[in-house]
Design a protein around this ligand. Structure first.
Ligand code: A2P
Length: 330
């Protein structure tokens, strides 16, 4: 495992590539061959999450993508049919985006692979009680080494590491598969000689759902400036006796986090479940951070109690300092 995490002795890293997007698109896809895949949620977890490594040697993308970008994948395989798409007909034959989980040099150190982190979408339709399966996520999780996957991209320019990434500190907050980009970011930073502080706060329902735990534990043991914390929502409770979320882990560590976030060279990233920002922004208000601003006509208590669908969130969102608080929720 540590083979893909720590640079082989004497190995010289290539510099980060320029940002490019859409080297491949719907009309011009690249057929990437699956090199390997391994399960990253615990075998006993009902959430089935896989790390899938794709060979892109013969593509324009080799050595050209950046961590924080995504790849598009077309639905394919045995679940890409009317029966399983009936809930989301509009998504039939639409590309689905998956965050890249590998450093820009891939898991092979030469930029000839790109890795994805994918969770099987499995559920029931609330009205009919019928099985619903994500056609693309299940297609990807079913692949075997040697299979081909048609990909597009890379896409995305707004969730990248900054130029001169070693000059910053990072507070990385993830829920679920929102962890994908942080794996690559952490591998990149430490292999480039990073000496600042990184805090990783990772929220999952149960401890068996923690993805890449062995990798993050490896870095936490090796680097005292890497602080790895999990928020296991359904196993732990916050002070109010409610589910323990990432914002509760932020609060628990705020003595260290507040002075760090006050530094102009500290960046905060949020990635994962749509809605996680509604828990994190009130915490940012509480610590008087200037990463988001409270609307002048609202008190903190009003913001804390705002329902998820309140129009005020649009205004609050507009006030986000997009240069220091980067967000990708879906
Ligand atoms: P829960 O579902 O227990 O309420 P996954 O995507 O694998 O389901 O994980 C997402 C994690 O994020 C879960 O632990 C989930 O908790 C948690 N979560 C759900 N809503 C929020 C929220 N508004 N803020 C932060 N975390 C959340």
């Amino acid at each position: 495992m540590s083979r893909s995490l720590s640079r082989p002795e004497g190995f010289q890293l290539s510099p980060a590539p320029e940002i490019v997007v859409n080297l491949y698109n719907k009309k011009n896809t690249f057929a990437a061959r699956v090199v390997d895949k391994y399960r990253i949620s615990h075998a006993s977890s009902p959430n089935h999450c896989w790390h899938v490594i794709l060979d892109i040697t013969d593509s324009e993308m080799a050595g050209k993508y950046r961590i924080g970008q995504s790849l598009g994948v077309f639905p394919d395989g045995r679940f890409n049919n009317h029966e399983f798409n009936y809930v989301h007909q509009s998504l039939t034959n639409q590309v689905r985006l998956y965050s890249i989980a590998s450093a820009y040099w891939g898991d092979d150190w030469h930029g000839n692979t790109v890795s994805l982190c994918v969770k099987r979408e499995l559920g029931e339709d609330a009205e009919t009680g019928k099985l619903v399966m994500g056609s693309t996520s299940n297609f990807i999780c079913d692949v075997q080494p040697g299979d081909l996957i048609n990909v597009t991209g890379p896409v995305g320019k707004s969730f990248l590491l900054p130029e001169n990434p070693l000059d910053y500190h990072y507070v990385l907050v993830a829920t679920g598969t929102g962890i994908a980009p942080y794996r690559g970011m952490i591998i990149e930073l430490f292999n480039q000689g990073f000496e600042g502080e990184i805090w990783l706060i990772f929220g999952v329902p149960y401890s068996t759902d923690i993805m890449y735990d062995d990798a993050f534990t490896y870095f936490a043991e090796k680097y005292p400036n890497f602080h790895y914390h999990t928020a296991i929502s359904r196993e732990n409770r916050n002070a109010k006796g409610e589910r323990f979320y990432v914002q509760d882990a932020l609060e628990e560590n705020q003595e260290k986090l507040v002075p760090l976030l006050e530094k102009p060279n500290c960046l905060m990233y949020l990635c994962g479940l749509k809605g996680m920002e509604y828990g994190v922004y009130p915490w940012l208000y509480r610590i008087k951070s200037n990463l988001v601003s409270l609307p002048e006509d609202m008190t903190f208590d009003q913001v804390d109690k705002l329902p998820r669908d309140a129009r005020e969130w649009i205004r609050i969102e507009r006030s986000r300092d997009k240069t220091r608080l980067l967000k990708e929720t879906y």
